[in-house]
Design a protein around this ligand. Structure first.
Ligand SMILES: C[S@@+](CC[C@H](N)C(=O)[O-])C[C@H]1O[C@@H](n2cnc3c(N)ncnc32)[C@H](O)[C@@H]1O
Length: 123
């Protein structure tokens, strides 16, 4: 049996853990905003985007002219990310299910943005 990325996540995949990660993301949102303003990027690839909280912040910062593509290997989390983007009315945001190592895209990006990606990256 192949071990998935989720199998290696030591904190588990409970709803309590999802809530903990959301609270943590809310606390760190201001720092993410500061980094993105400093970057001044317009086309961003969000690596390991999970449920899309950083992608949503990035989409607000790049504005309607920009684009944010969130990529994550876990499809269930991308469904939450897509729902969140629709609910927030963000049109420049899209999500791709892929292992980053296998991702192939033709469109250029100005920046990669990953927060805690290596915390659960491939070993
Ligand atoms: C610790 S979470 C961080 C989520 C988010 N960046 C944040 O700040 O809340 C790491 C995420 O990276 C994803 N991930 C890990 N290895 C990956 C890979 N090789 N390709 C794509 N996504 C990956 C996991 O599925 C997980 O959603």
């Amino acid at each position: 049996m192949t071990e998935s990325v989720d199998d290696r996540y030591a904190m588990g995949r409970t709803s309590a853990e999802t809530e903990r990660l959301q609270l943590q993301a809310d606390i760190l949102a201001r720092t993410v905003r500061i980094w993105c303003v400093w970057l001044g990027s317009r086309r961003v690839l969000g690596i390991g985007c999970r449920v899309g909280d950083t992608s949503m912040l990035l989409a607000e910062l790049v504005g309607p002219e920009g684009s944010v593509v969130g990529v994550d290997v876990a499809s269930a989390r991308l469904d939450l990310a897509r729902t969140g983007a629709v609910e927030a009315g963000l049109t420049g945001e899209s999500f791709v299910e892929s292992d980053l190592a296998k991702l192939r895209r033709d469109e250029p990006v100005d920046a990669l943005f990953g927060r805690w990606f290596t915390a659960l990256g491939p070993g």
